[in-house]
Ligand binder design. Structure first.
Ligand SMILES: [Zn+2]
Length: 1011
C-alpha cells in the first residue's frame, strides 16, 4: 500500500514546505508518565497475546485449543466428543488431552472467565484474535453479485480446506456479512455429501465459527460453502461504493475493493491472515452496461439471467487474502505489452482516460525493470492499474490489479505539476515492486510489515533512478529518513519489527517506521555491503521464499550468505588500531540492532589532533534528565575530511572507539550522503569548522551532505547539544544555496518555528522571523522564472519558493501573481498558466472573497487532479473563518468536495494561523464519524490528529488535548498518534521556553546584516 499523497507518497517538501505540512513540526517531545504507562500497557497486551498464539507458552496448541473448545461448548461438547467413534490415533490422544485438560481445573477455569459469547449468546469456541492454525484453506471459489442500484452484494464462498488436527469447529473471519447458510461438503462425485454447519458469530473478533456435527478427519479434503449478503461499504475499505460525476453532471456509481490489511472479511468469509495463502477462482455478476476486472484475466462471460452477466476470471496463483481485488464499473482502458508479453492496462473513468498514457508507459518500463532486476518473471499474464475516484491511501498492490487514488495515477500533460509526475512514477514503482516484495514473498504476520513496505519504499528509489534518471529520485531519498527520524526520536516510537494483534494495531504500523525507516536501514545495508552483493542477497531471498511467508530473520540469513566482491571490502584499512580487523560479516546481528530496538543513535565526534573519538548513544527527545536507555547499535560509519573526499568506512559496534587519521584535518563530515540512519554531533569547534566550510565553499560537500548538516544541527538543538544561535548561524549559508534539498531542508526546519509562534501571541518576533526567512531566500526567489522550464527539481523548487514568497506577501511575487490571476479569471479559467507557478497564483487569488468563489467554481468542473489539489490548498489559506468552516463541512459531507480530501483540508486549515482553532474543534466534534469512515489506527486518522494538534506549544492546549483524547477511552485514547502528539506538544513547550528569547535576540543582531 502507498501512503496518502501529500504526505509520504509524493515528495513531502514539494507539497508541504510553505504549507507547513513538512515533517510534523519540530517534534519536540517529552516522555510523559501518562504516555509511558499507555505504551507499557499496549506492549504488555500484545506480547501476552502473541505468546499465547505463537507457541511461546509451553504446550499451546493441543491443550490450549481443547481447553478453548471445552470452555466454549461446555460439558455438552465434551460428552459429544467422547461418544464419537475413535477414528484415529490422534483423536485418542486429543481425547486424553481433553480429559487431562478438564481435569486441570486451574487452567480451564481461569479461561472460562474470559469465555466469549457469540451474538446469539451461545458460547463462542475461540478466544483469540489470531485464527487457529489447524485448518488450512487451499482454494476459494467466489461468486459475487454486486448490485450498484440497491448498493448491496450477495455471494457464495466455497473454501477447500484441510484439517491437521481433529476438530469439529472451523473458525474464520467475517465482518458485517449476513450469513444465510453454511454447509460442509465432503467426498467427490457420487459419494459427495453435504451437511449443514451451525454458525456462531463473534463480532468483537470479526470471526465466525462453523460447527460440524462430526469432527473433520485429518488430511481429508473438505469444502465449506457459505451463502451471504452485505451492503457496499460507505467507507474506503472492504467492497465499497465510489462515485464520480461525468462532464455532463451525471453521477455514476462503481464498486471497488480495498482489503489490506484486514478487510477481505468484509467482502467474503475467509481466513484473513497473510500466512493462509490459497488460490482463488473468482466470478463476478454484473449488469451488461458495466465491466468487471479482477486479479486475473477474464476467461469467459456468460449470461446467467436477463440483464445479468457472470464474468469468470482465471484461477490465481497462491496468495494472501488481502491481495484479492475486483471492481465493477464503467471504466475505459488503454493497454500496452511488455517485452516479455505481459499486458499492462490503465483503467479510469471515461472522461479521464486521456490522462492514462504517462502511467501506462511508466508501468511497462518499471515492470520490465523489475523482471530483470529480480531475475524472476512476473508470474501473471496481465497487470491492470485502476484509478478509483474515492480512495483513502495513495495506492494498493493487489496482485495483477493495482488500485490508485486518481491523483497518484492520472497525469494531465497540460496541467499536472512536476511533483505530480514524480509522485505518480514513485507510486507505480512502489506497487509494482510489491508484486514481488509482498505478493510473491509475504510477511508471515503484520509485525513484519516492514518486509513489504520498507522494501517497496526502498525499491522506488532503486528502480526509478534507473528507469527515469531525469527525475533524480536519489535526491529525495534522505528526506524520507528525516521523516522517519521525526517520529522515531519519540518515546512512543516502536521497533521496525513490532508485535501487533488487533486490526487497529495492525493499521497503526502502516507508518513512517515501517515504510521510511525500513527503506532507510535497507539503504544503509546496501551502502555497507555494496549494491551487487545486496542485490544478490535479495534475489536469493525472493527465489527461496516465492509463494511463501517470511520473518525478519529469513531476510538476514539470505543476506548473510552473500559474497562480497572486490568493491565490498569496506573496512578502513589505512586506519591502524587493534580493535579494527576485518571480521566476518554478521548481517543478522548488525541488522537486529536496527529492527528490534526503536530509535536511532546519535554519534558524537571529538577530534584531538589525529585522533577521532567516536561515541554512540540513543537519540531520544524528552527532558534533559531522562535516563539512558542503554541501546547499542552496529553503526556502519562513513566519513570524508578536508584532506580526502574518498569515503572511509568503519563499523562501530561498541559504545566508544577511536579512529586515527593519517594526518590532521580542518574538518571531518560523517554520514556521507546521509546513507546512514543516524545523526552526528561534532564537539568542541567541530560545528564551527563545518559552518565555516558552508559559508565559504559549500559546494565542497554534496547537497545531501549539506542538507544532513542542516537537519543534524536543528535536531541537536532539541536535545540541548547545540545552541539555537549556532544552528541559525549555520542556516545563514542558505543565502548562497541553489540546490533543492538543502533549501527544502532549511524550510522544513525554519517554517515550523514560525508556525509555533503563530499559535501563540508573539506577533513581533513572528513577523521578524518571517522577514528573516524571506530575506534569507530573496536572491533565489528573485532568480525564479515564471515558466515550466528546467529539470524536475528546478521546477519543484520554483513552485515552492514562489508559493512561500507569495504567502509571506513578498511584494514582487504578489504583484506578478495578481496579474496572472486577473488574466486567468478574465479568460474564465481557460488561460493556460505555467503549472509550476499555478499554486502561487491561486494562493494570491484566494485572498479576496470574489477570487475564492471563482476558484471554487473552477474546482467543481476541473478534471485535473493537480489543478484540484492546487485550488484546494489555495482555498485553505484564506483568513476568512466562515469560508474555512464551510470547507470543513463540505469536504466532510463529501458531495462537491470528496471526503477523501477531508484529511488534507483539515490539516491545511490546522496549519492556518486563523483556521487552526476551527480544525481542532471540528476534529473533536466529529471524532466518532471520522473513525467510522477512516478507521481507528489508520494513517488518515494519524494525519488528522497530528495535523490539528502537534504545533500547539502552550500548557493550556496540552491539557485540552490530553483531556479530549483520554475521554475517548477505547475509541482512540490508546492510539500511538495520540501519544506522539502529546509528546510533541510537551517538547514544543520546552523548546519554546528554552529558545524563544534567544531567537528574538539573535534576530535583532542579524537583522542589519541580512536585510
Ligand atoms: Zn506499499
Amino acid at each position: 500500500m502507498s501512503a496518502r499523497p501529500h504526505y509520504r507518497a509524493s515528495p513531502s517538501p514539494a507539497t508541504a514546505s510553505a504549507w507547513g505540512a513538512p515533517a510534523p513540526a519540530q517534534a519536540r517531545p517529552r516522555a510523559l508518565r501518562f504516555c509511558v504507562q499507555l505504551r507499557l500497557h499496549f506492549h504488555f497486551r500484545s506480547r501476552v497475546a502473541k505468546a499465547g498464539s505463537s507457541g511461546v507458552v509451553p504446550e499451546p496448541q493441543p491443550a490450549d485449543l481443547l481447553c478453548g473448545e471445552a470452555r466454549g461448548s461446555s460439558s455438552k461438547m465434551i460428552s459429544l466428543s467422547i461418544k464419537r467413534p475413535l477414528v484415529t490415533m490422534s483423536f485418542l490422544l486429543s481425547s486424553l488431552l481433553m480429559l487431562l485438560t478438564v481435569a486441570t481445573p486451574s487452567w480451564c477455569q481461569r479461561s472460562e472467565t474470559t469465555s466469549p459469547k457469540a451474538s446469539n449468546r451461545a458460547p463462542f469456541p475461540w478466544n483469540k484474535m489470531r485464527l487457529p492454525e489447524h485448518i488450512t484453506p487451499v482454494h476459494y471459489d467466489l461468486v459475487i453479485h454486486a448490485n450498484l442500484t440497491t448498493l448491496t452484494f450477495g455471494g457464495t464462498t466455497e473454501i477447500e480446506i484441510t484439517a491437521s488436527k481433529l476438530t469439529s469447529t472451523i473458525v474464520l473471519h467475517s465482518h458485517h456479512l449476513q450469513i444465510s447458510k453454511a454447509a460442509l461438503r465432503k467426498g467427490a462425485g457420487e459419494r459427495q455429501s453435504e451437511e449443514p454447519l451451525r454458525v456462531l458469530e463473534y463480532p468483537p473478533q470479526e470471526q465466525i465459527a462453523l460447527l460440524a456435527p462430526e469432527p473433520l478427519v485429518v488430511g481429508l479434503p473438505y469444502t465449506i460453502v457459505i451463502d451471504y449478503a452485505g451492503n457496499l461499504s460507505e467507507s474506503f475499505h472492504g467492497f465499497y461504493k465510489s462515485t464520480y460525476r461525468t462532464k455532463e453532471g451525471e453521477v455514476r456509481i462503481l464498486a471497488s475493493t480495498q482489503f489490506e490489511p484486514t478487510a477481505a472479511r468484509m467482502a467474503f468469509p475467509c481466513f484473513d491472515e497473510p500466512a493462509f495463502k490459497a488460490s482463488f477462482s473468482i466470478k463476478i455478476r454484473r449488469e451488461p452496461r458495466h465491466l468487471a476486472i479482477s486479479n486475473m484475466p477474464l476467461v469467459k462471460s456468460v449470461t446467467v439471467a436477463e440483464g445479468l452477466v457472470e464474468d469468470h476470471f482465471d484461477v490465481t496463483v497462491k496468495m494472501s487474502t488481502y491481495l484479492v481485488a475486483f471492481i465493477v464499473s464503467d471504466f475505459k482502458s488503454v493497454s500496452k505489452m511488455t517485452k516479455s508479453g505481459v499486458k499492462v492496462s490503465v483503467y479510469a473513468v471515461p472522461d479521464k482516460i486521456n490522462q492514462a498514457d504517462y502511467a501506462l508507459d511508466a508501468a511497462v518500463t518499471l515492470l520490465e525493470f523489475y523482471e530483470d532486476y529480480f531475475s524472476i518473471p512476473y508470474p501473471l499474464s496481465k497487470q491492470d492499474l485502476a484509478a478509483i475516484p474515492d480512495f483513502q491511501s495513495g495506492a494498493m498492490e493487489n496482485w495483477g490489479l493495482t488500485t490508485y487514488r486518481e491523483s497518484s495515477l492520472l497525469f494531465d500533460a497540460e496541467k499536472s505539476s512536476a511533483s505530480s509526475k514524480l509522485g505518480i512514477t514513485m507510486t507505480v514503482s512502489h506497487e509494482l515492486a510489491h508484486q514481488w516484495f509482498g505478493n510473491l514473498v509475504t510477511m508471515e504476520w503484520w509485525n513484519d510489515l516492514w518486509l513489504n513496505e520498507g522494501f517497496a519504499k526502498f525499491m522506488e528509489f532503486v528502480s526509478v533512478s534507473v528507469t527515469h534518471p531525469e527525475l533524480k529520485v536519489e535526491d529525495y531519498f534522505f528526506d524520507k529518513c528525516f521523516n522517519a527520524m521525526e517520529v522515531d526520536a519519540l518515546n512512543s516510537s516502536h521497533p521496525v519489527s513490532t508485535p501487533v494483534e488487533n486490526p487497529a494495531q495492525i493499521r497503526e504500523i502502516f507508518d513512517e517506521v515501517s515504510y521510511e525507516k525500513g527503506a532507510c536501514i535497507l539503504n544503509m545495508l546496501r551502502d555497507y555491503l555494496g549494491a551487487d552483493a545486496f542485490k544478490s542477497g535479495i534475489v536469493k531471498y525472493l527465489q527461496k521464499y516465492s509463494y511463501k511467508n517470511t520473518k525478519n530473520e529469513d531476510l538476514w540469513n539470505s543476506m548473510a550468505s552473500v559474497k562480497l566482491g572486490p568493491s565490498g571490502s569496506r573496512i578502513c584499512l589505512f586506519l591502524i588500531h587493534q580493535h579494527w580487523r576485518q571480521e566476518g560479516l554478521d548481517v543478522k546481528t548488525m541488522m537486529n540492532t536496527w529492527t528490534l530496538q526503536k530509535g536511532f543513535p546519535l554519534i558524537t565526534i571529538t577530534v584531538r589532533g589525529r585522533n577521532v573519538h567516536v561515541k554512540q548513544e540513543h537519540y531520544v527527545k524528552g527532558p534533559d534528565d531522562a535516563p539512558e536507555t542503554g541501546y547499542l547499535w552496529h553503526v556502519p560509519l562513513t566519513f570524508i575530511t578536508s584532506n580526502s573526499d574518498s569515503v572511509q568506512r568503519f563499523l562501530l559496534k561498541t559504545r566508544t572507539d577511536v579512529l586515527i587519521l593519517p594526518e590532521e584535518v580542518e574538518w571531518i563530515k560523517f554520514n556521507v550522503g546521509m546513507n546512514g540512519y543516524y545523526i552526528v554531533h561534532y564537539e568542541d569547534d567541530g560545528w564551527d569548522s563545518l559552518t565555516g566550510l558552508l559559508k565559504g565553499t559549500h559546494t565542497a560537500i554534496s547537497s545531501s551532505d549539506r542538507a544532513s548538516l542542516i537537519n543534524s544541527a536543528f535536531q541537536l538543538v532539541s536535545i540541548g547539544k547545540l545552541s539555537i544561535e549556532k544552528a541559525l548561524d549555520l542556516s545563514l549559508y542558505l543565502k548562497h544555496e541553489t540546490e533543492i534539498m538543502p533549501v527544502f531542508q532549511g524550510l522544513n526546519e525554519l517554517i515550523p518555528m514560525y508556525q509555533l509562534m503563530e499559535k501563540r501571541d508573539v506577533n513581533e518576533v513572528e513577523t521578524q522571523f518571517k522577514a528573516f526567512l524571506i530575506g534569507l531566500l530573496r536572491d533565489l526567489i528573485d532568480k525564479q522564472t515564471w515558466t515550466d522550464e528546467g529539470s524536475i527539481s528546478e521546477r519543484m523548487l520554483r513552485s515552492q519558493l514562489l508559493l512561500l514568497a507569495c504567502v509571506r506577501k513578498y511584494q514582487p511575487c504578489v504583484q506578478k501573481a495578481e496579474g496572472y490571476f486577473r488574466r486567468w479569471q478574465e479568460a474564465n479559467g481557460n488561460l493556460s498558466l505555467p503549472s509550476d507557478v499555478t499554486l502561487a497564483v491561486f494562493a494570491v487569488g484566494a485572498q479576496n472573497p470574489e477570487g475564492w468563489d471563482f476558484l471554487y467554481s473552477k474546482y467543481q468542473s476541473s478534471l485535473s487532479s493537480t489543478e484540484k489539489n492546487q485550488i484546494e490548498l489555495a482555498l485553505c489559506i484564506t483568513h476568512n473563518k466562515e469560508k474555512l468552516q464551510w470547507l470543513l463541512e463540505q469536504s466532510f459531507k463529501g458531495d462537491t468536495i470528496k471526503t477523501q480530501e477531508f484529511p488534507s483540508i483539515l490539516r491545511a486549515i490546522g496549519r492556518n494561523p486563523v483556521g487552526y482553532p476551527l480544525a481542532w474543534q471540528f476534529l473533536r466534534e466529529n471524532w466518532n464519524k471520522l473513525v467510522q469512515k477512516f478507521e481507528l489506527g489508520s494513517d488518515s486518522i494519524t494525519y488528522m490528529v497530528m495535523g490539528t494538534t502537534n504545533q500547539f506549544s502552550t500548557r493550556a492546549r496540552l491539557e485540552e488535548v490530553k483531556e479530549f483524547f483520554s475521554s475517548l477511552k477505547e475509541n482512540g485514547s490508546q492510539l500511538r498518534c495520540v501519544q506522539e502528539t502529546i509528546e510533541t506538544i510537551e517538547e514544543n513547550i520546552r523548546w519554546m521556553d528554552k529558545n524563544f528569547d534567544k531567537i528574538r535576540v539573535w534576530l535583532q543582531n542579524e537583522k542589519l546584516e541580512l536585510l
